[in-house]
Design a protein around this ligand. Sequence first.
Ligand SMILES: Cc1cc2nc3c(=O)[nH]c(=O)nc-3n(C[C@H](O)[C@H](O)[C@H](O)COP(=O)(O)OP(=O)(O)OC[C@H]3O[C@@H](n4cnc5c(N)ncnc54)[C@H](O)[C@@H]3O)c2cc1C
Length: 517
Amino acid sequence: MGPDSEAVKKCVSVHWFRHGLRLHDNPALLESLKNADEFYAVFVFDGQVAEDVFPKLFQEWGVTRLTFEQDPEPVWQDRDNKVKALCKELEVECIEKVSHTLWDPLNIIQANGGSPPLTYAMFCQVTEIVGLPPRACPDPDFTGVKLPSSVHGDAKFHVPTCEELGVYPESDRQSHPLSGYSGGECRALELLELRIEKERQAFERGQCLPNQINPDLTGLPMSLSPHLRFGSLSVRHFYWLIHRTFMEVTQSETVPTSITGQLIWREYFYCMSVNNPKYNCMEGNPICLDIDWYRNMEQFEKWSKGQTGYPWIDACMRQLREEGWIHHVCRQSVACFLTRGDLWIDWQMGLEVFDRYLVDADWSVCAGNWMWVSSSAFEKVLQCPRCVCPVRYGRRMDPKGDYVRRYVPELQNMPLLYLFEPWKAPAAVQETAGCVVGRDYPPPMVDHKQASKMCMAKMEKIKGKCRGMRLCLLFTASVGGRPEYNAKCSYRVFGSVVNVCTFISRLVSMQITGADP
Ligand SMILES: Cc1cc2nc3c(=O)[nH]c(=O)nc-3n(C[C@H](O)[C@H](O)[C@H](O)COP(=O)(O)OP(=O)(O)OC[C@H]3O[C@@H](n4cnc5c(N)ncnc54)[C@H](O)[C@@H]3O)c2cc1C
């Protein structure tokens, strides 16, 4: 083996795109391009078969290096471990970098003594110890790197259409939505610019964005959550741009955490799901309270299809099915209505619907929010003194009724006075509006006042049981200094029910207050 044979060994890099569908702030992609002679970008449509796909590609292209962004969620760990083992076996260098989240969730867990912080408040304390997240890294430079596909793509490398993948619209409104999202990094960066301008104006007025107080429900689709979910926008870029804007406007050196609070909620839910493959379930999930929810299919179908008879709830559910996105206030309303507010139906059934339709459906974030709204975990566990009233809350969020009229066209001509409770309109008003309740639009499926009272009583009963368990739990509570340690220890000793109950009994006995996500 002379020096010549060493010199011919080319560096052939593959960057495996999964989340992180972007060029900017992509540290794994930068590693891929370092000293690369040839570069291939790969996306595997069925992520689970990655370990079958790579051996063929490695051989065909003579690959020497594989890079990818860390996917922190446990659902992907098995797949990634298999691919890492494969690289080791085939002597392919494997590089994984963190950039889907602000911090590496494993660092947070380590800083918290080996277990994830069980409340958002604790999480914020731990991040203060860990320090500010890393800044975004520079853009990639492809100079001198050979790319295999032509500029316009060719038959071998073209992106398949939805039809080729066997994905078809479910309804006409789905094929022609009133308002829809476009994907891609360019669009994400355009939206970010608009978003930052709005943030700047709010800072100049001495405010944060009043997103949940006066939500713009019929405006253009501007949300960045689909882009954060797929990684066409870097969360670190977003975070640091908000920081910079705040500092420019206020000339301040310190930035309050509240201005990036929503991004921190995202981190929190990610961190909580690491090492918890049952995070999206009730059974076997050590942080989730076991509640005897109903599984009433008839009622569930009405909720899911936007046929509850409550126009605010129906508008939200119909927008979700038709457009794949709804505002946070809508998500909270429909999730509360389905679970602890009115129907007492299992949050996992709601999660399935959200996972199916949301364009930003995110394994950790979606399940975390469902547990939160249903009072099944975190600070929120059994803390539900109030629930969303589908009439009053709807009126507050949609004061002119434009949103309800857009998504529930049956009520187009219903006077605003009755729009959120059309069953109260006199028969003549219903006839004139062309919407008779029971004929053109369903009557309310439950009486909210009664249903919410029943749900509240059920929650109180569960709370009582948890209080009753406190004596036996004192043992576990004395094991360590912090609740999360106690929970961990009790989990080993008594099993998951006690694990959660230790935590709950502490929360029930304290008066927990704090911000909602
Ligand atoms: C039942 C339920 C399910 C949800 N499921 C999802 C989901 O699958 N994916 C998802 O991204 N968000 C989810 N959310 C959170 C939230 O509704 C959306 O992130 C938000 O509506 C996105 O709009 P925005 O980009 O304008 O948010 P902004 O208020 O502008 O926030 C900026 C970003 O912060 C993050 N964020 C905001 N709110 C939350 C939150 N409560 N929890 C975690 N991260 C948050 C998002 O990435 C968002 O894009 C859910 C909320 C509820 C109540």
